[in-house]
Design a protein around this ligand. Structure first.
Ligand SMILES: [Zn+2]
Ligand SMILES: [Zn+2]
Length: 191
């Protein structure tokens, strides 16, 4: 099978260092709504502040297993920064390199943003959906497949893993912590 895909023929050489901030491009898709509240997230999962008050936006993360939502949260930018700071320098660096080296020019939820592997959809397939939102608008939406989430999980240090586990334990009592809560790619881009 050829690695060369004819898809990117309208290649406008987009570099990740573009200084412009992406613009909101429509309402938040229902996949990124809070499953429990049946509407867009209104408050930060960690600090409880109203998300629409943050001019720099917020990030919604949802982990699915098949059709089922097994985990979801929304984090304001200051909380996102705090979580990044609690991660070890090494973990941040590795995740950053993983993500920037694999980032694909795909938008939306059909394909993984970090690889072109295809997983047979089944009730046990895990994947994450991530959205950067500002107010009630979506800025960027991506899917991260279970394989990539697993690889990212292996890149992080014990210390980082423990701080993420603590976040899960404190905010989601009863939720198992053995999956990747942090499809993290966009945190620095917004800032
Ligand atoms: Zn917050
Ligand atoms: Zn992937």
């Amino acid at each position: 099978m050829s690695e060369n895909s004819p898809r990117d023929n309208d290649a406008n050489s987009d570099h990740e260092s573009r200084p412009t901030r992406p613009k909101p491009s429509g309402p938040i898709p229902p996949e990124l709504h809070s499953f429990y509240e049946d509407r867009p997230f209104h408050t930060c999962t960690r600090c409880g502040e109203g998300l629409f008050d943050f001019k720099n936006g917020y990030r919604v993360s949802k982990i699915f297993k098949g059709e089922e939502v097994i985990f979801e949260y929304a984090l304001c930018v200051p909380c996102l920064q705090n979580m990044m700071e609690e991660s070890s320098e090494e973990s941040r660096q590795r995740l950053y390199e993983f993500q920037t080296s694999r980032l694909r020019q795909v938008e939306g939820f059909d394909e993984c943003a970090l690889c072109d592997r295809e997983e047979e959809p089944s009730t046990s397939t895990e994947y994450g959906l991530v959205g950067i939102c500002v107010g009630e608008a979506i800025v960027e939406a991506n899917k991260i497949c279970g394989l990539c989430m697993g690889e990212m999980g292996e890149l992080v240090s014990k210390k980082t893993r423990e701080s993420w586990d603590r976040f899960v334990e404190e905010n989601f009592p009863g939720v198992p912590v053995d999956f990747e809560p942090f499809p993290v790619r966009n945190a620095p881009v917004l800032l």
